[in-house]
Write a protein that binds this ligand. Structure first.
Ligand code: AGP
Length: 610
């Protein structure tokens, strides 16, 4: 996934483009570049650099790049070709008069490249994007706009494009299909960006471009068309979240800030979606009759969102008595799933742009299933593919490792289960009232856990030398073990495996020795005694135990080398609480190992490629 910014107006474009790129670094950061048309001389200038955006910034400064009122810029997460200067965007046509920035994958680039090479076009990079620049040149007979429209209709795959031309210094072109792109609306200036935080300090008025739409953007006029060339309305939305929501606010990393935001996120969600012990799920878009007609639920998601879905399975089956299946999106879409009109597909995605989940949803729709999505990013592609959308409104999650989006997804799944249970009459109003009371206590319990973060930091320091971790959980905390392991591996690069504790004796126990740390989720629950048995089996093989336990449990101290306590709560709600110490443990271990916590190697915030 990559980040795109574009500017047209009366200010100097370069600082705006660089500032915007920095706010998109979480989307990909292995190389970056800018393309500008200088004011006055209308000279096309391109500067690109491998590495972080600050490397590009130093290059621009040392080159004394002239002022420009039109430009595009790009931060890359490599899909085709190594992350180096040549493959960095923007890419230009053969006459170096047009530059293009692109997010997505051009699936038919190889055949287009072959045709263009046969016509004598010379390629310098290994990217799919460069094909678009030469194809645009090939199509440019009369005017740029019709050539641009012809070009985007020849492309297959997913793309968000920004285009400028030295011969057309009064316009910025943009198009999207399958990758996000917004237009920022200013006064005598306009912007394009992959995501809102990139331009939030410039304007709060945005147009969310839809799939198969392109835009001709002048500093004082914006025209939006469909790919057939028909003009379409461009709705301007005012963004509500504030700029400081994307700043670190004094925390060492975005991830640590977002861990601390979870209490407020849940409180806000509960305040807006629960009143007088009734759950209001605006966006559910399913009538009571339709809900009563649901015979089964299929959850599709990736990564952390998948782990949230696993908890959702336990909860919905328990509270609403509806059979729930779940699959990772990338597998679901290839196994020809058996779905019909009585199936509700729940797609969970923080970004709403994950290619695998989008593809899974399209597959499910083709089979007649209703789609309900649980999404954080407003206006994202998944929301347009869904019949109903439950926004988590966790605010922008900048850290690549998901934290507040995860607990917000969990909370939304609890609310969905309560809603379904209430309509299907599998829960009494008394039981719902009790559950809501327990749910409303979670934000306060978060603060209690966070008060002990320094002891978790100290424990992390003592254990960050281990070369491998095993995470064990049972029942509703088995997904918590998977999520804890994912948090650790993706930010510290330590191999970490989450396992159902009952499965340990079927293989993983062979891993246990004094060089292994085992995180055991042994909170108060019907499976507590079995977790203690697991712990004793590990101790007898010299494994190091880090236990997550319930306050007041003294027994655990006889078995574990380290204990992180969580406050007592409804056993069904413990995944909401165990997430916090597991996030902190991973965070502090990664910091101890000097890892780039917010931008771990090889990762991107949203995987918009398959
Ligand atoms: C989570 O820490 C990871 N960054 C990753 O697994 C993520 O959850 C996954 O890519 C799904 O992203 P989505 O929620 O935006 O669809």
């Amino acid at each position: 996934m990559c980040g795109i910014i574009g500017y047209i107006g009366e200010k100097n474009a370069t600082p705006i483009l660089i500032e915007g790129l920095k706010r998109l670094e979480y989307r990909g950061y292995d190389s970056s570049g800018i393309g500008i048309i200088s004011s006055g001389s209308h000279q096309l200038i391109i500067r690109k650099a491998p590495g972080k955006i600050c490397d590009l910034e130093s290059l621009i400064r040392s080159d004394h790049v002239p002022a420009a009122s039109l430009g595009v810029s790009h931060t890359r997460w490599a899909t085709h070709g190594a992350p180096n200067r040549v493959n960095a965007h923007p890419h230009s046509d053969s006459l170096r008069k047009i530059v293009i920035v692109h997010n997505g994958i051009i699936e038919n680039y190889a055949s287009l490249k072959k045709t263009l090479q046969a016509k004598g076009y010379k390629f310098v990079s290994e990217t799919d994007t460069e094909v678009v620049a030469h194809l645009l040149r090939e199509n440019l007979k009369k005017d740029l706009i019709s050539a641009f429209r012809k070009t985007i209709n020849q492309l297959k795959g997913s793309f968000a494009l920004g285009v400028i031309s030295q011969d057309h210094p009064d316009m910025l072109l943009a198009a999207r299909i399958g990758s996000p792109l917004i237009i920022g609306v200013g006064k005598n200036e306009n912007f394009i960006a992959s995501d809102v935080p990139a331009i939030l300090n410039q304007t709060k008025r945005v147009i969310y471009l839809k799939d198969e739409e392109f835009a001709v953007i002048r500093k004082d006029k914006i025209d939006v068309y469909d790919f057939a060339g028909k003009k379409v309305p461009a709705k301007i939305t005012t963004v509500t979240f504030k700029l400081d929501a994307v700043e670190k606010q004094g925390y060492a990393h975005f991830m640590l800030k977002e861990i601390h935001e979870q209490a407020d996120v849940l409180k806000q969600m509960l305040n807006s979606r629960v009143s007088n012990d009734h759950v209001h799920l605006d966006g559910l878009a399913l009538s009571e009759k339709q809900i009563k007609g649901i015979k089964n639920i299929m959850i599709v998601a990736c990564g952390t969102a998948y782990h949230a879905g696993l908890v959702g399975k336990y909860i919905i089956e328990k509270l609403a008595n509806i059979p729930v299946a779940i699959d990772v999106s990338s597998e679901f879409r290839y196994r020809d799933p058996i779905l019909d009109k009585s199936t509700l597909v729940v797609a969970i995605s923080q970004s709403g742009e994950t290619a695998d989940t989008l593809a899974a949803v399209k597959e499910a729709k083709a089979k007649g299933a209703k789609i309900l999505s649980i999404v954080n990013a407003v206006g994202s592609s998944l929301t347009r593919e869904s019949d109903g959308v439950l926004y988590t409104h966790a605010g922008p999650e900048i850290g690549v490792a998901s934290t507040k989006a995860y607990t917000a997804q969990l909370c939304m799944l609890y609310l969905l289960a309560l809603k379904l249970g209430s309509i299907k009459k599998t829960l009494s109003q008394k039981e719902i009232r009790r559950f809501i009371k327990d749910l409303k206590s979670i934000p306060h319990l978060y603060h209690k856990i966070l008060k002990h973060k320094q002891s978790i930091a100290a424990m992390a320091k003592d254990n960050s030398h281990f070369g491998c971790f095993l995470y064990l959980g049972r029942n509703i905390n088995y997904p918590s073990a998977l999520e804890g392991a994912l948090k650790l591996k993706e930010i510290s690069y330590i191999p970490a495996e989450g396992y159902a504790a009952g499965e340990m004796k079927h293989g993983p126990i062979a891993l246990i020795d004094e060089y292994r740390a085992v995180v055991c989720i042994a909170v108060e629950s019907p499976t507590y005694e079995k977790m203690i048995s697991n712990i004793q089996e590990i101790l007898s093989r010299k494994g190091k135990i880090i236990a997550i336990a319930t306050e007041g449990d003294k027994t655990i101290q006889d078995h574990a080398h380290h204990v992180i306590y969580i406050p007592a709560t409804n056993p069904l709600l413990t995944p909401l609480l165990t997430a916090i110490p597991l996030q902190l443990l991973a965070y502090y271990i990664a910091v101890n190992r000097g890892c780039d916590v917010d931008q771990p190697r090889n990762l991107a915030k949203s995987v918009t490629v398959e």
